[in-house]
Design a protein around this ligand. Structure first.
Ligand code: ADP
Ligand code: NI
Length: 221
């Protein structure tokens, strides 16, 4: 009955959490366990507000980065491992397919990125994107840039859109540049109304941050 099924879902989510903690513990590129934790927290909030399936959302949020190519020397093997884990987890087949579809769409690489088909996918994608903006997003850009050995800022570096491909490839990339390249564009990409509201506050914070940053840079504040 329903109580029993709820307990089973809770058990699966806890097992997924343990798996992810173990896999991402050693990461320092911004995909650590605490990124997953934040995405799960935000996912729960958006899912509740938008009436999405909580279990599918939470499971997809927990597992969304475990097979990512940035974190795995062999992404195909990691994907197989993930599928095997899900098959053995006790998750019903239809929900396994749903979770795998969400993760696959989120990590889609290359040109025309397909839109999220389901509400649950839209929720998790929004939560992941929200973690790239606002105060936490700012922290992650600088962490990632430092990890890549890139400078904080260089006034002579143009924003990505004004660079040629050759200039971009030459490594002329800074943390501040990434705001224009990506972070300030994410607000417009939110799928759900609730996430858009959260994004607006975080977006405004980034704009204020940049204003303060440039003022301090030139000794004006
Ligand atoms: P996702 O978590 O959706 O897979 P990414 O792997 O692209 O996103 O980025 C992870 C984090 O690293 C994000 O917070 C992002 O802002 C940051 N990041 C990604 N690329 C760059 C870059 N070129 N410069 C600075 N930060 C970056
Ligand atoms: Ni992520």
């Amino acid at each position: 009955q329903e109580r029993e099924r709820e307990r089973e879902r809770e058990r699966i989510l806890l097992a997924a959490e343990a798996l992810v903690k173990e896999k991402l513990e050693r990461d320092s590129s911004g995909h650590d366990w605490w990124h997953i934790y934040r995405v799960v927290q935000t996912t729960k909030r958006i899912a509740a507000a938008q009436g999405a399936d909580r279990f599918v959302c939470e499971l997809a949020a927990l597992l969304h980065d475990v097979a990512d190519e940035k974190l795995n020397a062999d992404p195909a093997a990691a994907q197989q491992e993930l599928e095997a884990w899900l098959a053995a987890s006790g998750t019903p087949a239809a929900q396994i397919d749903h979770v795998l579809e969400i993760i696959g769409t989120m990590s889609f690489k290359g040109g025309a990125r397909p839109p999220m088909r389901t509400l649950e996918g839209q929720v998790v994608q929004d939560a992941d994107r929200l973690d790239a903006i606002g105060a936490v997003g700012i922290a992650r850009v600088f962490a990632y840039s430092g990890w890549k050995g890139r400078p904080i800022h260089d006034p002579s570096v143009m924003v990505r859109e004004q660079m040629t491909e050759a200039e971009y490839r030459s490594g002329n990339d800074t943390a501040i540049n990434h705001f224009y390249e990506k972070l300030l564009k994410l607000k417009e990409l939110m799928n759900t109304d609730f996430a858009r509201k959260l994004a607006e506050e975080r977006h405004l914070f980034m704009e204020q941050y940049l204003e303060q940053f440039y003022a301090e840079w030139d000794g004006e504040r």
